[in-house]
Design a protein around this ligand. Structure first.
Ligand code: FAD
Ligand code: NAP
Length: 337
């Protein structure tokens, strides 16, 4: 295991924020986990870092920062209809998607091009275009940093919710995900109901798409709408879509007839946070080095040289503005460190 000190984290987070890790351990083999077990006893604070695409660094990181680079993707078992694939946490999520597409394993095609690592995917139950990780996840293998032992979490144990899991709640900063297993299908059940995805497929004249064509359509939409973190610092959607009651939506729609609400269950609706932000006047707005993306206002961008505090303060102004106009409090999706 490599242990380095006072490491700049600028290239380890997609916001491109400058901050330093006091102690930076790189985990590359399963033996490193054993060494890690001894090392974690020396520090009171731990941060597990993947691709850094869902964090905002507002300060230097004290204690131990663990950079997970465990690699490997393998087929564990296979039958006529399904396959079980194991992937280690340090693999890139999109490399796992590519592996599945190459083998014709269906289930993750809508999650194409999501940045970050395999190990972070269960943390917020990554999701896009009507599919979430929970739809295919079988187990999570994690190492308990607090109890120095390996634990297997079933899908149910993960307590997945909308951009949420047990790892973001009671196990926050207490575990390191080592590997995950996904149950994928050899008989695709496509999820292509999202308006933008449907339109993109129609545009290309495809009526019965393959999983590869679905992934390609997703890639086209994503690259046309989302800023590339390699060019402009960002962490994707900064806020979650809020949930409001049927009654509240009814009241709001009397004033805002076009408010986009999606049914969650009989009593609750999901509201587009992007719409709320745009209506509050933030779309495309820039203050110093920080701004609200002109194409997708859910994304806050670092135009260069912004500090984490500047980004956070900008996000707070959006929260207050939306609250004042709609009485809805936006919740941050990005992990604030
Ligand atoms: P990091 O940012 O490194 O970490 C995020 C959290 O996971 C932290 O709390 C960290 O401690 C924890 N973590 C990371 N690895 C481990 C591990 N091995 N064990 C334990 N904890 C760990 N998200 C979506 O859900 N859907 C999208 O469509 C989507 N699109 C995006 C588009 C862009 C352009 C960007 C920049 C981001 C997008 N995201 C999206 C957010 C992000 O890509 C995901 O949340 C991703 O899973 C984060 O992975 P990461 O490895 O970068 O995690
Ligand atoms: P979009 O298609 O313009 O839709 C706007 C919002 O409406 C989305 O947030 C989506 O919710 C919701 N929505 C649209 N159609 C829906 C339907 N048929 N049923 C239920 N909800 C619907 O969104 P976008 O910004 O271009 O993003 C496309 C997808 O990629 C979304 O699923 C989004 O979550 C995901 N994405 C996530 C991130 C991130 O960082 N987390 C970044 C970029 C894109 P949901 O968000 O709940 O799906």
């Amino acid at each position: 295991m490599q242990l380095n000190h006072n490491i700049s984290l600028q290239k380890y987070n997609t916001f491109g924020i400058e901050a330093f890790a006091e102690n930076f351990a790189i985990i590359e083999t399963s033996d490193d986990i054993t060494t890690l077990s001894e090392l974690t006893r020396q520090y009171e604070q731990w941060h597990v870092l993947g691709g850094g695409s869902n964090i905002l660094l507002t300060d230097n990181l004290n204690g131990l920062t663990i950079y997970n680079q465990l690699k490997g993707i393998t087929i564990i078992e296979e039958n006529d209809t399904t396959v079980l694939v194991k992937a280690f946490a340090g693999e890139k999520w999109n490399d796992l998607v590519q592996f599945c597409l190459q083998h014709n394993f269906a289930g993750v095609e809508n999650l194409s091009l999501i940045p970050g690592s395999v190990g972070a995917a269960p943390i917020q139950n990554i999701g896009a275009y009507g599919v979430e990780l929970k739809n295919v996840l079988e187990t999570v293998e994690a190492y308990r940093l607090d109890e120095h032992k390996t634990e297997i979490f079933s899908n149910k144990d993960c307590n997945f919710g909308y951009r949420d899991s047990v790892f973001k709640q009671s196990f926050k900063n207490r575990i390191i995900i080592v590997a995950i297993k996904l149950r994928l299908s050899k008989i695709p059940k496509l999820v292509i109901g999202y308006g933008t995805l449907q339109q993109q497929l129609e545009k290309t004249g495809i009526s019965k798409p393959t999983i590869q064509q679905v992934a390609e359509a997703v890639n086209i939409i994503r690259t046309s709408k989302l800023p590339d973190p390699a060019k402009i610092g960002n962490a994707g959607s900064f806020f979650k879509n809020p949930t409001i009651s049927k009654f509240r939506l009814h009241v709001l729609s009397e004033q805002y007839a076009d408010i986009p609400g999606f049914t969650l269950n009989e009593m609750n609706f999901k509201i587009s946070a992007a719409w709320l932000i745009e209506q509050s006047g933030w779309k495309g707005k820039r203050e110093g080095n920080v701004g609200c993306n002109p194409l997708q206002p859910l994304v806050i961008v670092n135009y260069g040289g912004a500090t984490g505090k500047e980004v956070y303060d900008f996000s707070e102004k959006i929260v207050q503005s939306v609250k004042q106009k709609f009485g809805i409090e936006l919740e941050r999706e990005v992990n604030i460190w």
